[in-house]
Design a protein around this ligand. Structure first.
Ligand SMILES: Cc1ncc(COP(=O)(O)O)c(C=O)c1O
Length: 385
């Protein structure tokens, strides 16, 4: 029988053979791949604020939030965040992954149906799995398919008592596209399911003051009817953490049952301090938001004009589709050699290989031009191998 380490080696060999081997590398070059969409991770105002803040000490929160890990700044940030996105209450946790995973596990159970977009993030899919709920995956963004599954779930079970939960990202990070939120809310009114929306990649950029896609596409009363909204601090806020916006009783419930909240060290105090500060000026960054979206449109047009194939993106995330894993790696390496930090994204993260180009507010028009020129050069090299 193979030993554990022989099995591990075999798995790695197979990953290598399929061109799917990954390794951690220290970043270099112009950022075309992070989720620091508003450039706050290196914002000078944030640095100045941090340097004057004594409250970041003790550095560690030293325990879970239910023991000694909670700080005034965490309660304060939760109230400010809930207020910013017009929710009743919010719960801060250590990551967006923890938020989705713990939330779904807390509200779903084996007697529930959870309807999920097939391409939802791993944290959502894992939460569904661990909850033991009955999974129903609908085709990506296909709300007609969702409707069919909702109708069928009723018909299949005449003594129907089960809870139905629908969960989707509002902006898909690997495709840059979004569901039709109006139609989703119509379905919610018709079928009465619990709705979970993950605004991870939309918050900070879309909607008035960057409050998220729901603020661009829905009325306030529709927004208030969404049961749970999940956000991460790791993207537009340039930090780390997750935050769930819900009703006050929804928060109380999670505080009492959500295992990834209860049994984990609270976020670092500096996170909530910095997050509050970031939130105090995020709303004023309209020019940065407008410039970012205009750069994204320019990039999409330029890629299309140069014959590249991209997804049906409607956002600042511009995934460039390639045929094979080898080709995606060749492109990414070629760009990285020229100081452009673009990464290849491969299965199982996505069904088909691609370069996930994500733009941020620090980029300038000439960065985009350089990127397209280098892409054209890398393609020539690939074609002449
Ligand atoms: C849609 C979505 N939700 C949640 C997460 C997890 O957030 P975090 O990185 O804060 O753990 C991600 C991470 O990429 C994501 O893409």
């Amino acid at each position: 029988m193979a030993t554990h380490w022989e099995e591990v080696q075999k798995k790695l060999d197979s990953i290598h053979e399929k061109q799917l081997f990954r390794e951690t590398k220290v970043y270099q070059g112009i950022d075309f791949c992070s989720n620091d969409y508003m450039g706050l991770a290196t914002n000078p105002r944030m640095l100045e604020f941090f340097q004057t803040k004594k409250e970041v000490y003790p550095f560690g929160s030293t325990a879970s939030r239910l023991v000694r890990g909670n700080r005034m700044s965490m309660d304060k940030f939760e109230s400010e965040f809930a207020h910013f996105v017009e929710g009743e209450a919010a719960l801060l946790v250590s990551t967006g992954f923890t938020a989705n995973f713990g939330l779904i596990d807390s509200i779903a159970a084996p007697d529930c149906f959870v309807f999920s977009d097939r391409l939802n993030h791993a944290s959502i899919l894992d939460g569904i799995r661990i909850s033991g709920a009955q999974k129903k995956y609908y085709n990506h963004l296909d709300l007609n398919h969702l409707r069919t599954l909702l109708e069928k779930a009723n018909i299949d079970d005449p003594g129907y008592k089960k809870k139905r939960i629908v969960v989707t990202e509002t902006l898909f990070s690997m495709d840059g596209d979004s569901p039709d939120l109006k139609t989703l809310l119509e379905l919610k009114r018709e079928f009465g399911f619990v709705l979970v929306l993950d605004e991870a990649h939309a918050f900070g950029i879309y909607g008035s003051s960057g409050k998220g896609l729901v603020f661009r596409d829905l009325t306030l009363s529709e927004i208030k009817s969404i049961d749970y909204r999940v956000y991460t601090l790791g993207k537009s806020l340039g930090l780390e953490g997750g935050i769930i916006v819900t009703k006050k009783i929804g928060r109380d419930h999670l505080v009492n049952v959500m295992r990834s909240f209860i049994f984990s060290t609270a976020p670092l105090p500096m996170i909530s301090e910095l997050a509050s500060f970031a939130l105090s000026f995020l709303g004023t960054m309209d020019k940065e938001r407008a410039d970012l979206l205009s750069l994204a449109n320019g990039l999409k047009n330029s890629l299309k004009q140069n014959g590249f194939s991209i997804t049906e993106t409607t956002s600042h995330i511009v995934p460039l589709l390639l045929e094979t894993e080898k080709e995606a790696l060749f492109y990414a390496n070629g760009l990285q050699e020229k100081g452009l930090d673009v990464r290849a994204i491969r299965p199982p993260t996505v069904p088909t290989p691609r370069l996930r180009i994500s733009l941020n507010a620090k980029l300038k028009l000439n960065d985009i031009q350089t990127l397209v020129e280098e892409l054209v050069r890398v393609r020539e090299k690939w074609n002449s191998r």
